[in-house]
Design a protein around this ligand. Structure first.
Ligand SMILES: [Zn+2]
Length: 430
């Protein structure tokens, strides 16, 4: 089936590469990035030495699991021991254009050279020349403000560096400049809109906001609905990691997952073994920047749990998509080899209207993990209704979470308290 493209759909040709072309592109970039980091960043050289590897042994993205995962805590410790960059800086001090500081602190040296690719994330959200966009991310310390500002400009739009806070000034600016775009977190946009209403504006009539680009916070489906249907603001989200300097995955207008940015290699890995997982499997997001020549990060463990799909997207972009950020690595419970995360089970359970609350109970019986689901209903169902719900819920859990519950118990209202954990692990290992 031919893909129907909007005339100005894509920011560049990389977004529509064939899988073979992408693999070739990423393998080449990876080999270059690894050899450059090994030559110029002592911390990376040490990492290879400890693993008993030479850069030549990392020729393709499939070779990455030979290397250990570097975590934020490792970077912090190494920077403390060997200040300021902990051996991760791959360029001479005098060539550093700016230094970003993310919580930790982590000092990230940046040489500003053609990092235009972030613009893809904004282009996909529809930002174009003629748009006036308030960028409400901070311009201090962390990369968000400046990098997103430049990406908005790379799309041809006008960027207004409003930064964080100052809600009244945000409202005033959006009104006076007839701003058409908002960049920030979803909750802050909501705060701004509520404040606009308190100040006597009707956001739908008095403001010109038509699209918003979010990162840094999960966009709840209910909030998306309010913004899109209630305020008529088209919303897009992206996944960004400060230590990797920006947006790693972004939504297109189909809004069914976030396309991987080709300048990074994104692995979803088993957080315990570091091995690469396939589509639909829940694991930790591990990132290797492929274009960054100043900051030698290889296999950076984000600690975020997610999963991806390799299904083609009707928008025409060919990169795989992250289909949700499900929590932090510590939130996952491994049941029969599959990671189960509360947020994913919740998405499935609450898609069935009779379900009020749920709880997963994991036990171990005769050397086998058992997963049972306790479900509270909004109102009593007939036995026939419960049987149907049990079948459908079990099947959907199997499809989405890749694990079928061993049983579903319907418990009476009030049994599962709000503050109780959504997953209880009762296994003992004797
Ligand atoms: Zn798409």
């Amino acid at each position: 089936m031919a893909v129907k493209k909007r005339p100005d759909e894509f920011f560049d040709d990389l977004e529509t590469m064939s899988p073979q072309a992408r693999e070739k592109y990423q393998n080449e970039k990876l080999a270059e990035a690894v050899s450059c980091a090994c030559r110029h960043a002592p911390a990376v050289k040490e990492l290879f030495d400890r693993a008993g590897l030479s850069p030549a042994q990392i020729q393709t993205v499939k070779d990455l699991p030979k290397l250990p995962i570097t975590r934020k805590t490792d970077v912090i410790e190494q920077q403390k021991a060997n200040p300021p960059y902990g051996g991760f800086c791959a360029i001479p001090q005098e060539d550093i254009d700016r230094v970003f500081i993310s919580p930790g602190p982590v000092y990230e040296p940046v040489q500003h050279e053609g990092i235009q690719w972030f613009a893809r994330a904004f282009w996909a959200a529809g930002f174009r020349k003629g748009d006036v966009v308030v960028n409400t991310f901070t311009y201090h310390l962390s990369p968000a403000g400046i990098l997103f500002h430049e990406a908005i400009r790379d799309c041809g739009a006008t960027a207004v560096p409003t930064g964080t806070g100052n809600t009244d000034i945000q409202v005033q600016t959006i009104h006076h400049l007839k701003a058409t775009g908002f960049v920030g977190t979803p909750s802050f946009l909501m705060t701004v809109l509520k404040r606009a209403e308190e100040m006597g504006y009707n956001p739908r009539k008095d403001l010109c906001l038509k699209r918003a680009w979010f990162t840094g916070e999960m966009l709840a489906p209910s909030l998306r609905d309010t913004l899109e249907k209630g305020y008529k603001i088209d919303t897009y989200q992206a996944y960004a990691v400060t230590e990797c300097g920006g947006a790693l995955a972004y939504e297109c207008h189909r809004k069914s997952g976030m396309h991987f940015m080709d300048e990074y290699f994104i692995e979803i890995v088993d957080p315990e073994t570091g091995s690469q997982l396939g589509p639909g499997e829940v694991g930790e997001i591990v990132v290797t920047p492929l274009h960054n020549r100043n900051w030698g990060l290889v296999r950076f463990g984000t600690g975020d749990l997610s999963l991806y799909t390799a299904e083609p997207c009707p928008c025409g972009r060919t990169a795989h998509r992250l289909t949700g950020i499900l929590g932090r690595a510590g939130d996952a419970v491994k049941v029969r080899g599959m990671f189960v995360v509360a947020r994913q089970v919740e998405q499935v359970c609450l898609s069935f209207s009779p379900v009020a609350r749920f709880q997963v109970v994991v036990t171990r019986h005769e050397q086998r993990d058992e997963m049972n689901l306790r479900v509270e209903l909004k109102q009593e169902l007939s036995n026939e209704g419960k049987k149907k719900l049990t079948e459908e819920l079990g099947q959907k859990l199997q499809n989405i979470c890749r694990i079928k519950p061993d049983g579903i118990d319907f418990v009476s209202a009030g049994t599962i308290a709000e503050e109780q954990p959504k997953i209880i692990d009762q296994r003992t290992w004797e």
